[in-house]
Design a protein around this ligand. Structure first.
Ligand code: BES
Ligand code: MN
Ligand code: ZN
Length: 488
């Protein structure tokens, strides 16, 4: 498990500044008026700060970004990191500043002089998030990151905001680790084991095994896993922090997607270790909610399967029966995620009686073609609910874009031999997948489907993560719970 850098808040102690080890972070507004902390650093370094911010490099530096002064005179620290940030920054700028600091200091210990600047907890969140590194399988893991201390006027006043922010970072790290793990380690059994670890945080965890899934009639989900030696499982995680019907989060957890008998091409197939990304996000959100003691009822369900070709694997042309009773012609075994979700979605409504459902899935390549790696696809039968989600995603800086459902797309999944088929051809592949899922949503159930195929894992670094797993969605969903489900 990737550990968060240790981040603590302490009262500003400028008299101890010259002895601080590692790096010292200094926040300076665009106008270049130095606050008392910055003035003290400037004085100790014999004017290095003032000189730096007179440079053209500083002038052209965007908000939230950093400039490093190495081996400053007058300090024991190895570096002074100047970060351009207004005294009352927005959430995004504050987090960006923290991320820039994390990137600039690497594994060095760091003391951030944040007195006089707003949103120190958001700065800490950015610092934590950008410090992620999946080094589980590296012989040389490099240095463990040194501690971060944030100096503020009154640490006690920030305590709740800071612990909430760190709960978010812990959830995001949990998701990123799950997404980063290869399938020989994170099979269905190990995935379920890790989720059972959430019990320590007060999450109620049930694991439904294959015999139970068969008894429930989950013929679609079980068909996907029948070619794998790893047993299919559904894991139910309940966080009971509030009252009333829960919000349900449902995740696609295909621990590896070969495509099955409709096998994928070799090039790039290794990326399908991330095909459990939806389940990863659901798990990360549950962890965050538990860590921060959210006052809401939220239930997370993940369908864990592996899609392998084998003598026992489902074939193209097979007709399977879903738990809802809808028969499905499997015309392409690589359109497996929707088969898994069909049964988990229906079971969620039957067993958990939720107030609303959000599913997340690395569902279609078509969504990646449409939106790239900037935005997840958002599909919903409820404009009010979708609007709430869009607002939460915007507030957290996680890209999300509405895409259509509709009767026309549903026509594309009709077939002669069964109620529906599992693909709708090439046109609008993300929407035909979404209307397939909608077949398993009750008429009056507020529902959002998030296609995260393009955003769960990306090929280049982002402001808050190195190249690889992003944890996209944990922050937006935590925000949605806060804003819409915790109103007391
Ligand atoms: N897991 C894939 C979708 C995917 C593609 C996720 C790229 C992440 C990156 C999904 O199971 C799949 O194979 N979908 C097919 C559906 C098609 C056969 C209708 C696809 O998108 O090609
Ligand atoms: Mn597939
Ligand atoms: Zn898949």
């Amino acid at each position: 498990m990737t550990q968060l850098r240790k981040i603590t808040f302490a009262e500003t102690n400028l008299d101890a500044l010259d002895g601080v080890q590692g790096a010292v972070g200094v926040l300076i507004n665009a106008a270049g008026t130095l606050n008392p902390s910055a003035r003290r650093v400037n004085r100790l370094t014999k004017g290095a700060v003032a000189r730096a911010i007179e440079s053209t490099a500083w002038e052209s530096l965007p908000q939230g970004e950093a400039m490093v002064l190495s081996m400053p005179v007058g300090l024991q620290a190895e570096a002074v990191v100047l970060i351009k940030l207004e005294r009352k920054p927005g959430v995004a700028e504050a987090r960006k500043a923290g991320a820039s600091l994390a990137k600039a200091v690497g594994s060095k210990a760091v003391t951030l002089l944040a007195e006089g600047t707003g949103r120190p907890a958001d700065i800490a969140l950015g610092l934590a998030l950008r410090g992620y590194k999946f080094s589980e399988y590296l012989s040389d893991k490099g240095e463990a990151p040194g501690d971060a201390v944030v100096w503020v006027k009154d640490p006690g006043a920030e305590a709740k905001a800071v612990s909430d922010a760190l709960a978010v970072a812990e959830g995001v790290f949990f998701t990123r680790d799950l997404v980063s793990e290869p399938a020989n380690i994170l099979g269905t059994v190990e995935f379920a084991n890790r989720l059972q670890g959430l019990r320590d945080l007060g999450v109620e965890v049930d694991v439904l095994e294959e015999d139970k899934l068969a008894e429930l009639g989950m013929g679609a989900l079980l068909a996907v896993g029948q070619g794998s030696v790893s047993p299919s499982k559904v894991v139910v995680m309940r966080w009971n922090g509030g009252t009333g019907a829960p919000l349900a989060l449902v995740g696609k957890g295909v621990v590896f997607d070969t495509g099955g008998i409709s096998i994928k091409p070799a090039a790039g197939m290794e990326d399908m270790t991330m095909d459990m990304g939806g389940a990863g996000v659901v798990s990360g959100v549950m962890k965050t909610l538990a860590l921060r003691g959210a006052k809401a009822n939220v239930v997370g369900l993940v369908g864990l399967v592996e899609n392998m070709p084998d003598g026992k694997a489902m074939r193209p042309g097979d007709i399977v029966k879903s738990m809802r009773g809808v028969s499905i012609e499997v015309v392409n075994t690589d359109a497996e995620g929707r088969l898994v979700l069909a049964d988990v979605l229906w079971h969620t409504q039957e067993a958990e009686k939720p107030a609303a459902i959000i599913d997340l899935a690395t569902l279609t390549g078509a969504c990646v073609i449409a939106l790239g790696h900037e935005n997840a696809g958002v599909f919903s039968n409820d404009d009010g609910f979708a609007g709430q989600f869009m607002k939460a995603a915007e507030a957290e800086g996680e890209g999300a874009w509405r895409l259509p459902l509709g009767k026309g797309y549903d026509e594309q999944i009709k077939t002669l031999k069964a109620d529906i088929k599992n693909t709708g051809g090439r046109p609008a592949g993300a929407s035909t997948a979404a209307v397939f899922l909608q077949r398993f949503i009750a008429e009056d159930m507020p529902w959002i489907h998030l296609d995260i195929a393009g955003v769960a894992q990306v090929g280049k670094e982002t402001p808050f993560a190195p190249k690889g797993a992003t944890g996209w969605g944990v922050m937006a969903l935590d925000r949605l719970v806060r804003d819409q489900f915790e109103k007391s």
